[in-house]
Design a protein. Structure first.
Length: 72
């Protein structure tokens, strides 16, 4: 049984944060040049939908194994 609210693990969320321009500081807070910031614990706790709304991007497509599908 899969959890539909949490398909992306912390390592994938960290990669996505970095991909959209966030940088992690010494306090493990991710900051963006536009002023947004998010703690790593909060980034892990947000549901996928809320996390992607915060990033202001569309969620990546997942394949049948639950892996991101960059070609979709």
């Amino acid at each position: 049984m899969t959890n539909e609210f949490y398909q992306f693990g912390l390592s994938e969320r960290r990669r996505l944060l970095a991909d959209v321009g966030f940088v992690r500081n010494a306090l493990r807070i991710w900051v963006h040049p536009d002023g947004r910031s998010i703690g790593e614990g909060v980034a892990a706790a947000l549901t996928d939908d809320a996390f992607f709304r915060f990033l202001q991007i569309e969620p990546p497509e997942l394949d049948s194994d639950g892996q991101t599908n960059p070609g979709a």
